[in-house]
Unconditional design. Sequence first.
Length: 318
Amino acid sequence: MTTNPYRDEPRNVGTGRPTEVLPGIYELRESLAPGLNVPDCWLSLYLLVDPTHGAPPVLIDSGWPRSVPTVVLPALASLGYSVDALMAVINTHNHGDHTFGNVALRDATGCEVWIGEADADGLKGGEFDGEMVPPHTADRRLLPGEELDLAGQVWEVVSLAGHSPGSIGLYNRDRQVLICGDALQAQATAVQGIAILHDRDRYRETVARVSALQPAHLLPAHPYNPFTTCHIAGAPDIAYYLGACLEHVNTYEMEVAEALHALEGEATTETLAERLCQDRGYDHACPLAPRILELDRLFLERAGVIRSDDPAGTWHMP
């Protein structure tokens, strides 16, 4: 058996040992290293199984290429499934930590790759840890409202746009379980410090849509602060989680403006990211925070938070 080089036994990350979070739903934890080696943040894949083995298993998100031999296949074997038993992997969106294992997984198991229609053209591949992931196409493009028979249960495809244009979730109405990928980011992860949002208005709509569903269980793909696990259960905690999503998106411009003011009105991207993360309770800048700030530059210019003539890497109050 191949060993994951970033195996973390205390957190059960990269071990290939599935943890049953709910009947028939197993969490498989994978590290974000080497690029983002933050112990308190990982990627959670979800394996849906039929306890009677009457229907084939389905995986939600595929992780990295190494995730196939070190996490997914060992998990299937430990639950009594052969390599070719997997029916499909469903990507919640097209970002690399959720899709870079697609090709290796399809090659190893013969499974299909499914993804939301609006994100399907973004399966462009890329490089991970010195390994090239080729561009590929999905076997099925999913639309919001579709009902899928997955591992003997009916799951509805739900649009959760905002983090990406085509982010989707899977909702089991009978058990009120929503698998939501990166679509609901609360106060962001320890890797980010700042939520990664493609469209803030659609993100707010997603939060409202999920609130209306009244789920009893949320299963995100990472531990989003202030929570430390990937299973949010019960109405009070879910309401708090969704409230954290809105608080973060609604106060972001003000937080950036206050951080820039504290730096006497000018900063580099790195110093602004460090100050912003420190104001949010971190000891230093989270690894992705500078990159996220640069991605948000145009939005912050249009919001009047920074000057519009600043070159990349520098920030000034207007």
